[in-house]
Design a protein around this ligand. Sequence first.
Ligand SMILES: Cc1cc2nc3c(=O)[nH]c(=O)nc-3n(C[C@H](O)[C@H](O)[C@H](O)COP(=O)(O)OP(=O)(O)OC[C@H]3O[C@@H](n4cnc5c(N)ncnc54)[C@H](O)[C@@H]3O)c2cc1C
Length: 326
Amino acid sequence: MTTATNRGTRPVPAATLDAVAERLSPTRLRRVAAIAPYTTFRIGGPADLLYDADTGDDLAEAIDSAESAGVDWFVLGLGANVLVGDGGYRGLVIRNRARHVTWHSDGRCIAESGTVMADLIRDAVSAGWSGLEHYVGIPSTVGGAIWQNLHFLSPAPDRERTMFIAEVFDSCRVRRESGERTTVDASYVGFGYDDTVFHHTRDVVLDVTFRLARGDVFDMHRILQENLSWRGARHPWLEHHPSAGSIFKKIEGIGAGRLVDQCGLKGFRIGDAQISHIHANIMVNLGHASATDVRALIAHAQRAVFEKFGHHLEPEIGFIGSFDPP
Ligand SMILES: Cc1cc2nc3c(=O)[nH]c(=O)nc-3n(C[C@H](O)[C@H](O)[C@H](O)COP(=O)(O)OP(=O)(O)OC[C@H]3O[C@@H](n4cnc5c(N)ncnc54)[C@H](O)[C@@H]3O)c2cc1C
């Protein structure tokens, strides 16, 4: 996702929010609730309504409720690829906590879209199913992984190509923007680099069928360890330095981070938002960064790179909700 929309920015009358709230389970619904703790950047103002959906059907029905009241809605996975505005979200934010997984003896695995990739990878490897281990250490739900076409390098030592989650995808059940529930295949999803149909429509993934292969457990553990240590050495650690991963889209053959680095911007900060000392395409929250700080830092890096190299850096993360002061 690259563009900000105006969704989640217009004030919603209290009676309209009440109409949506009435259709949601009260025990999983909060009002004027902080979104920041549910993002890896730990930034962003409150949602008018924050709802935890606990099954795929619950997720689809929550969207139905918002749609029928004309209220804006947003599906949040692990919040690893978003910057939520300081003004928060006017409408309904649905945290996807639909996490049921069914394993089949032929290697098919059906995972609800809120399943955390780390959990799925752990269970697949311990059962001897291969195909997901390459994506270890990437914060994502299953739904976010399909939205993004999650990718990482093929195993060491060669690391000669980029692997994509599309390679183990069989099909998924979606709520289409028309409201219809249906199962779709890879041709519908249209997997590209950081791109799928879900970037261009309001379709939402409810569950995903993966097709995994029998693998050697020791080999898979080797890949897990090598990939985790590769990431640990090159990326700031989320536990200490919250971030949204790469801020700018890749520029083929050049590298967005390399351009930012060559402008001497590693360590440059605005407020508590800083360009990481160890990876120039990652911005970190030093503690109290606001979305305004991050946007100013993005603009600063874009300006510097354009003036020095003539390249326009395009943000890779999604800008969610209202960027007006709270
Ligand atoms: C430290 C770090 C490292 C990263 N490394 C990598 C990497 O190596 N490779 C890589 O590919 N990515 C990487 N990323 C990016 C991020 O992990 C992926 O984009 C991930 O897929 C986001 O998943 P999520 O569940 O957090 O989605 P969110 O950030 O919550 O949402 C992102 C978008 O997906 C949409 N979405 C979420 N769930 C659904 C659904 N069920 N149906 C339809 N749309 C949905 C949201 O509405 C939103 O528009 C990294 C991020 C971080 C923070």
